[in-house]
Design a protein around this ligand. Structure first.
Ligand code: GSH
Length: 203
């Protein structure tokens, strides 16, 4: 059975747990990272000291988006990852783009979620809200032209930004009007695996 290592309040762990749920792949997940710490055995698997890491038989793999692509290719190649190289690359683009988005949103997330009110940096929150909002306007234009980041149907390319959509719409910060992202997020919220693994309180 697939083993996922990582605490579920991590965006990057949520991606993997959600996608495993989407493709009906049973898994066990162990809390690692943050307040749970990391054992020497874990660091031997992932020398970056980051989460997530998966074990799938003989396969040990880290980097969340590489894990998503591995699971899609191995367990759901027809339904979750287009075979056509051009279509696949258009989705991959949004998976890689998510890391820039994460950089933009990090200041708001850490200040609003992980810091006590009296220690928050209001300027950092405002800058991060503006930068992540500007990025979401780019995503909004893409989702005006197609229903899913994977194309005509939901797929692995929707997962990385799908996880960040939840924090973007949940954080108590200023946001621009992004109706197409909002409609996409509302469709994601109807998916049971998303509700179970992604729509949990931000901590
Ligand atoms: N590019 C890596 C980033 C992994 C990463 O930054 N993980 C964070 C949590 S989201 C982490 O491990 N933080 C340290 C910790 O939780 O102890 C990936 O996508 O897997």
């Amino acid at each position: 059975m697939l083993t996922i290592w990582g605490r579920l309040n991590s965006h990057n762990v949520k991606k993997v747990a959600w996608f495993a749920g989407e493709i009906g792949l049973p898994y066990v997940r162990h809390d690692v990272g943050g307040r749970f710490g990391m054992s020497a055995a874990y660091v031997a698997m992932n020398p970056n000291r980051l989460i997530p890491t998966i074990e799938d038989g003989d396969v040990v793999l880290w980097e969340s988006n590489a894990i998503l692509r591995y699971l899609a290719a191995r367990y759901a190649p027809e339904s979750m990852w287009p075979a056509d190289p051009a279509a696949r690359a258009q989705g991959d683009k949004w998976m890689d783009w998510q890391f820039s988005f994460a950089d933009a949103q990090r200041g708001a997330f850490f200040n609003l979620v992980r810091r006590k009110a009296e220690h928050r940096n209001a300027a950092a929150i405002a800058d991060s809200a503006r930068e992540s909002g500007e990025a979401m306007l780019i995503l909004d234009r893409a989702l005006a032209a197609q229903p899913w980041l994977s194309g005509d149907s939901f797929g692995v390319a929707d997962v990385p930004m799908g996880v960040y959509a939840h924090s973007f719409f949940t954080l108590a910060m200023n946001r621009p009007d992004v109706p197409h992202v909002r409609a996409w997020y509302d469709r994601l919220r109807q998916r049971p695996a998303y509700a179970e693994t992604v729509m949990i309180p931000l901590t």
